[in-house]
Each structure stands twice: as structure tokens, then as C-alpha cells.
Write a protein that binds this ligand. Structure first.
Ligand SMILES: *Cc1c(COP(=O)(O)O)cnc(C)c1O
Length: 323
């Protein structure tokens, strides 16, 4: 195991007071529907709108003096980029976020507003990643990857500590699965404390890179498609160091969801729970609505993020979003 319970406890000490200790809220509707208590971990209420603030905050807190002076870098326009910009800003550390020219201006502005330097280069995510690596090599910046990093995984794992604190009798945990930083960290924490808990990964059927890799027995590349759960897109890296092995060893299964099922999760979150969540944030709810989990004891799921384009959200709620 590359990230231990001790690492996750140390992360919790580092990030306490810097990230929100989110509520674990019961869902009356889902509990009734499933016949067992269902709880939602409200990670979309983090200041940057997603749980990724935990991992980024821990990674930043682990930097040495010299590294802090030279700053951090990432190539992410999504929730990780926002989280790193925010976490570095709080500590007075320079953050540079590399992105391609194709990234829309509203996304650029959102990250710039959090105080990060924006570095626009090339026409693809790969170009942005190459530029980030160049800044590491030439200027000595520290790369903070979105998921395959021990500090990031330990930070995400603090959700697992809070879950067991708040719900010691937890039976089944549904956790979003993309690069696997969240699932690895949370499963490591939960299974160390309560080995009998079932931890099930949830992903979209379109381009589920970790699921394809687990099936193949090694990291593989999959075709990327547009999905409502855009925060779950992207590969796991063919040179994956941590998350593939951790997900392989710790997860009890993986559920895949269609675009219609994910949309139903967003709609349920809005109408029944009165929460605005992005597609990735809604997949735990969606898995229950789609009857893809056999409920046993208390179930917990994570509302992982809320950073959805509000016009898209409106179209999903109105049933106008045709996939
Ligand atoms: C990044 C992200 C995930 C997936 O996390 P991984 O660590 O990449 O598996 C899920 N939901 C949201 C909102 C995210 O931003």
C-alpha cells in the first residue's frame, strides 16, 4: 500500500481549518427508495466547489521551504486546477496553471480569479501537460498532479476518516472513480478502519479508463467521449504509480452509468435534495436510482462537486439535454 492510514491522518492534521469539514446529510427520499439509510457527503460545499481542495491543500502543505519559493504547477482546467490555485493562494505560494488555447475564457477567468498565473499554450491537454513539465524542468516548480500522487491521495482520503467518524456503522460506500485519487484515498481510510465496508467505484460508461484498466490488469488508454460527468473524463496514465494498484486492491466493484442515468442523478439532486451538483457529483445518487447497487446496510455516497455550467444544468433539469 503506497498510502497508509497514518499518511491520511497526517493529511487530516495538515488540512484541518483550511478546508471545510463537510456535513454528512441523510436523504429521506433515497433512504425510502432503498429501504436502508442513505447519507450524502456534501463535498460540493467546499470553497472551490469540489473535494479536490483536500488533496491540493495537503500537497501544498507538504512542500519544503525551497519548493514553496519556486511555486507549483498543474495542467488542469477543472476542479484540480481551481483547487491548486486556491490552496497555493492561501499559503502565499505562486501557482501556474497551464491550459490550451481551446479552453473557454470563462474557465480561464475562473482560475485566474483564484490568483493563479495562467499559461496558455498549444491546442490540446497534452500540449498543456508538456508545458507544465517544462516549467518543472526549467524553473524548478513542483508539479501537483490531479490524482496519481501520494499527498493528493492522502488528502482525498480524509473524507473517509470523516465518514467513519460520522457513520461508524457504514456498510456500503459509493465513490466516484476517474483517475482514482478519491477512490484510493477514501477506500484506504475506510478499509483500514472498517475492513468489512463495501467500497464501490462509480463511473460513466463513456470512457471509463480505470474500469478498462482493472479489467485488462494494467493501465490502458481508452477513447475519450463527451459526457455529462466531464470531471470523470481523462485517462489514468500508462505509467500510473499509485491509484491503479490501490483501486485494484481496495475496490469491491465498479458500476458504470449511462448519460441518461447521470442526468437523472442531477435532476434528483436538484428536485429532491435541493442541491446543484455537476454530473460527476451526481453519480452516487444515479447508481442508486438505476438500481445498480443492492442496498444492505447504511449507504454513503459523495456529492463530489458542483462546478457545472449553469445553462447546461438548466437544460438537464428541463429535460432538454439530449445525449
Ligand atoms: C476529479 C473529480 C472526481 C474523480 O476523482 P479522481 O480522483 O480523478 O478519481 C469526481 N468528481 C469530481 C467533481 C471531480 O472533480
Amino acid at each position: 500500500m503506497t498510502v497508509s492510514l497514518e499518511d491520511i491522518r497526517a493529511a487530516q492534521m495538515r488540512i484541518t481549518g483550511k478546508v471545510t469539514r463537510t456535513a454528512l446529510q441523510p436523504s429521506d427520499d433515497l433512504s425510502q427508495r432503498c429501504g436502508v439509510p442513505v447519507y450524502m457527503k456534501m463535498e460540493h460545499h467546499q470553497p472551490t466547489g469540489a473535494f479536490k481542495l483536500r488533496g491540493a491543500t495537503n500537497a501544498v502543505a507538504m512542500l519544503g521551504e525551497d519548493e514553496r519559493r519556486r511555486g507549483v504547477v498543474a495542467a488542469s482546467t477543472g476542479n484540480h486546477g481551481r483547487a491548486l490555485a486556491y490552496a497555493a493562494g492561501l499559503e502565499g505560494i505562486d501557482a501556474t496553471i497551464c491550459m490550451s488555447q481551446l479552453v473557454p475564457h470563462n474557465k480561464r477567468d475562473a482560475i485566474a480569479k483564484l490568483g493563479a498565473q495562467i499559461c496558455i499554450v498549444g491546442n490540446s491537454q497534452d500540449d498543456a501537460q508538456t508545458q507544465a513539465e517544462l516549467l518543472v524542468a526549467q524553473q524548478g516548480m513542483t508539479m501537483v498532479p490531479p490524482f496519481d500522487d501520494a499527498g493528493v491521495i492522502a488528502g482525498q482520503g480524509t473524507i473517509g476518516l470523516e465518514l467513519i467518524e460520522d457513520l461508524p456503522q457504514l456498510d456500503t460506500l459509493l465513490v466516484q472513480l476517474s483517475g482514482g485519487g478519491l477512490a484510493s484515498g477514501v477506500a484506504a481510510a475506510v478499509k483500514s478502519l472498517r475492513p468489512q465496508v463495501r467500497v464501490i467505484g462509480v463511473s460513466m460508461a463513456r470512457g471509463a479508463a480505470m474500469q478498462a484498466s482493472l479489467t485488462a490488469g494494467h493501465p490502458v488508454q481508452v477513447r475519450e467521449d463527451e459526457t455529462l460527468a466531464d470531471s470523470l473524463g481523462g485517462g489514468i496514465g500508462l505509467a500510473n504509480r499509485h491509484t491503479f494498484a490501490m483501486c485494484r486492491d481496495l475496490l469491491d466493484g465498479v458500476i458504470l452509468l449511462s448519460e441518461e442515468e447521470i442526468a437523472a442523478g442531477i435532476v434528483h439532486a436538484y428536485h429532491e435534495e435541493r442541491e446543484i451538483v455537476e454530473g460527476a457529483g451526481a453519480v452516487g445518487i444515479a447508481a442508486l436510482l438505476a438500481d445498480k447497487v443492492v442496498p444492505r446496510g447504511p449507504v454513503a455516497l459523495i456529492l463530489s462537486g458542483r462546478n457545472i455550467d449553469m445553462d447546461l444544468h438548466r437544460r438537464v433539469i428541463c429535460g432538454e439535454q439530449l445525449q
